[in-house]
Design a protein around this ligand. Structure first.
Ligand code: AMP
Ligand code: GLY
Length: 422
């Protein structure tokens, strides 16, 4: 099979690394890819909002399967574009259509879906500029801290957690006043849930599903889970508290009702369902859905799948997933994100990265890098993910930390406390 992966981050490099090992792969392309994917696949420069350019790439390279990494093209209707095109509609496409992708693209849509299917989640209500007074009244019925969410996609910045009622009222006004443009024209206010988060992933063909290994990511920039939220500073899999009893609750209360909801509502959903969960006193609640894999979770999830993923992805894209199941690698995997100093605020790009060839016993997934003549230079906030195996997540982290110390550039930063909470 010829496969095209869309995206350019550590997630896409990890997916490419896994697919590249498949005996049924002919040619692997990544658009636009990065210097890491260039080592194992053919990169094709392409903007993911340019659907015509994606179409040309698929046709020119005789692609059989498209795997979509990030959410934006899905929320913008890339699947619908494929289904509507005679030359594309029979190509296997792994990703939900525009309507189904609203599970990630609209917090209110996701909440209403959860209500319809009795899926445990925080109590909530949704407000617009016209109902701002009701919003303030609703805030008064909740206890601090207050959780406010821009309804639409806001590049990971749309969730605000406020300590006082007055700050929450101000934040509501600012959001509805257009802080994130259309994305915050509606705001979901919800009850704050206390617990440890984890990420659970299903792969579905719209009828059946398989669970992939679960993971926990580290969202905050600072050690001890302090400071600003980031895209993710590292991840581990398996998650120690996600034992069989807990995962059974996740499957019965969250995964199965979500999947039957998708079926009952005739959603056109192939691909990944990412359940962002929180463990509240032993019970799972849904914080959010995403219609794609997590990043950096993918950098530990792909290494923990022992069997070939290509037959699985192909079956998910073509509606024949029934009876299939991935084999798990019994080892643990951990990843550490090396980021540019200053991230998630202002940071420099273009700093030369050294030491990549000294890495031993770890996988290095490129997240934000660029080839510049002979050098690989930083080109994003999150730069490299260092993934290792171990007999447990702490053993895996030790190897990743040894290698994280060998890679250098000006202002490199990473959290040194991953796993210490577990
Ligand atoms: P989201 O973009 O929905 O994943 O939210 C970003 C982060 O905000 C989550 O990973 C949680 O850490 C936090 N968060 C979101 N909703 C809640 C909630 N209801 N209670 C506590 N924390 C939350
Ligand atoms: N690591 C969280 C996410 O991908 O949204």
């Amino acid at each position: 099979m010829n496969v095209l992966i869309l995206g350019s981050g550590g997630r896409e490099h990890a997916i490419a690394w896994k697919i590249a090992q498949s005996p049924i792969l002919s040619k692997l392309f990544v658009a636009p890819g990065n210097p890491g994917t260039a080592q194992i696949a053919t990169n094709i420069p392409c903007s993911l909002s340019d659907f015509e350019a994606i179409r040309a790439t698929v046709i020119t390279n005789h692609i059989d399967l498209v795997v979509v990494g990030p959410e934006v093209p899905l929320v913008e209707g890339l699947a619908d574009f494929f289904f509507a095109d005679d030359a594309l509609k029979n190509i296997q496409f792994l990703g939900p259509d525009k309507h189904a992708a609203q599970l990630e693209g609209s917090k209110d849509f996701a909440k209403q879906f959860m209500m319809r299917h009795s899926i445990p989640t925080a109590r909530y209500a949704t407000f617009t500029q016209a109902s701002i007074d009701e919003g303030i009244d609703f805030l008064k019925t909740l206890q601090a801290p207050y959780v406010l969410k821009a309804d639409g996609l806001a590049a990971g910045k749309g969730v605000l957690i406020l300590e006082s009622l007055s700050e929450a009222e101000e934040a509501l006004k600012t959001l509805l006043g257009g802080q994130f443009g259309d994305a915050s024209a509606r705001v979901v206010i919800e009850e704050f849930l206390t617990g440890v988060e984890l990420s659970v992933f299903a792969l579905t063909d719209g009828k059946d599903y398989v669970l992939l290994p679960e993971a926990k990511d580290y969202k905050r920039i600072g050690e001890g889970d302090t400071g600003l939220n980031t895209g993710g500073m590292g991840a581990v899999s398996p998650v120690p508290f996600a034992d069989d009893a807990f995962m059974k609750k996740v499957e019965e209360r969250v995964v199965k009702p979500t999947m039957s909801g998708i079926r009952e509502e005739n959603m056109r959903y192939t691909g990944f369902v990412f359940f962002g969960l929180i463990n509240v006193g032993g019970d799972p609640f849904v914080i959010e859905y995403n219609c794609r894999m997590g990043d950096p979770e993918t950098e530990v999830v792909m290494p923990r799948i022992a069997s070939d993923v290509l037959p699985l992805f192909s079956a998910a894209a073509s509606g024949t997933l029934s009876g299939m199941s991935p084999e798990k690698d019994s080892r643990a995997a951990s990843t550490i994100m090396l980021v540019a100093g200053g991230y998630p605020e202002e940071y420099e790009k273009g700093n030369i990265i050294s030491g990549l060839s000294e890495v031993q016993n770890s996988l290095v997934f490129h997240a934000g890098t660029k080839q510049s003549n002979e050098d690989i230079v930083t080109n994003g906030g999150r730069v490299l993910a260092i993934t290792s195996y171990g007999h447990d997540i702490h053993d895996a982290l030790r190897t990743s930390y040894e290698n994280a110390g060998k890679i250098n550039w000006k202002d490199k930063y990473y959290r040194r406390d991953l796993g210490q909470d577990l």
